[in-house]
Design a protein around this ligand. Structure first.
Ligand SMILES: C[S@@+](CC[C@H](N)C(=O)[O-])C[C@H]1O[C@@H](n2cnc3c(N)ncnc32)[C@H](O)[C@@H]1O
Length: 294
């Protein structure tokens, strides 16, 4: 199997971590393993890398693709439980750096038996669970939530202007909705033809994915956990892809600076250069923020 995911802000994020040869680093979002592999390449055999991902497919891929040396530990888990995961490994070290490259990998979007993350994959089920052990799918949410609850979900997590008519149409037609294509056709019929060339389903899919995976709460908890296990002088680097995530990171980092527990490594977020965006358009929305613990 080949690598599918093109890493975003790879050099910038690893440089920001200031990797020490014998340090302890954590990559909270293993994906296809490019960021982890780059950290590993900068460690001596005394250094240690822990990589986690909540998606078993990511773990299986990386274990089959790379030779895994003794100083690279790979664990399935949610970074919301980072402290617990590190404790269970009995590493007994504070982390020198923590990386989060949040959101979806291209593997998750492109995989053959997909989970309906992409609004372009019409025949896929409306699942959207990154962790296959979660019990509630996107379709379950559409069925279980009331119209006003769906409206709120699309508004808050999708910043969707047409949240109310979309929620109404979904509840009216719920018995007809099973696949990605069923939902995208319904949205096409409800949302006026977009002036922008963005797909009108984009925001609803973002909202459902955030809700199914409890992404914003995981991020808040992950940041808290990461900061707690970080050593003084250690750094947290976070790459986010939309404004809801970036706001959480920005507020967390600002609050740490204000309370003199941390300092911002860059005043403004680092974004992808023109050449990277040309090669990988997905990088155009990426923002990298870095905090150092003091
Ligand atoms: C953008 S990809 C990471 C790509 C990776 N940096 C690389 O170089 O290939 C995000 C990955 O993070 C995982 N992920 C997202 N939220 C997570 C969470 N709360 N806990 C653990 N893994 C998470 C996803 O399953 C996905 O594999």
């Amino acid at each position: 199997m080949d690598k599918i995911h093109i890493p975003v802000l790879l050099d910038e994020s690893i440089e920001a971590l200031n990797v020490k040869l014998d340090g302890f680093y954590i990559d909270c979002t293993l994906g296809d393993g490019s960021h982890s592999n780059k950290i590993l390449s900068q460690l001596s055999s005394q250094g240690l890398l822990l990589s986690i991902d909540q998606d078993q497919n990511a773990i299986d891929f990386v274990k089959s693709y790379y030779d895994i040396p003794n100083n690279w530990i790979i664990k399935k888990g949610n970074f919301a439980n980072l402290k617990q995961i590190v404790k269970s490994l009995e590493v007994n070290k504070e982390a020198d750096g923590v990386l989060m490259d949040i959101g979806l990998s291209s593997r998750q979007l492109e995989e053959s038996e997909g989970r309906g993350f992409s609004y372009q994959k019409e025949n896929e089920p409306l699942d959207m669970r990154m962790d296959q052990e979660l019990s509630v799918t996107a379709l379950d949410l559409l069925k279980v939530l009331k119209e006003h609850e769906l409206t709120k979900l699309f508004k808050v997590y999708g910043e969707e202007r047409y949240a109310k008519p979309i929620a109404k149409a979904i509840k009216e037609d719920i018995s007809e909705i099973n696949t990605v294509g069923d939902l995208t056709s319904l949205i096409y019929n409800v949302v006026p033809v977009a002036k922008s060339n963005k797909n009108p389903s984009r925001r609803v899919f973002q909202a459902l994915r955030i809700a199914v995976n409890d992404e914003l709460n995981s991020l808040k908890e992950g940041l808290d956990n990461a900061f707690e296990i970080l050593t003084t002088g250690g750094r947290i680097a976070v790459i986010s892809f939309h404004s809801l995530e970036d706001r959480i990171v920005k507020e967390f980092f600002n609050e740490k600076e204000k309370s003199k527990q941390g300092k911002l490594v860059n005043q403004k977020p680092i974004t992808a250069k023109k050449e990277e965006i040309e090669k990988n358009p997905r990088s155009s929305s990426a923002k990298l923020r870095v905090l150092e613990k003091i």
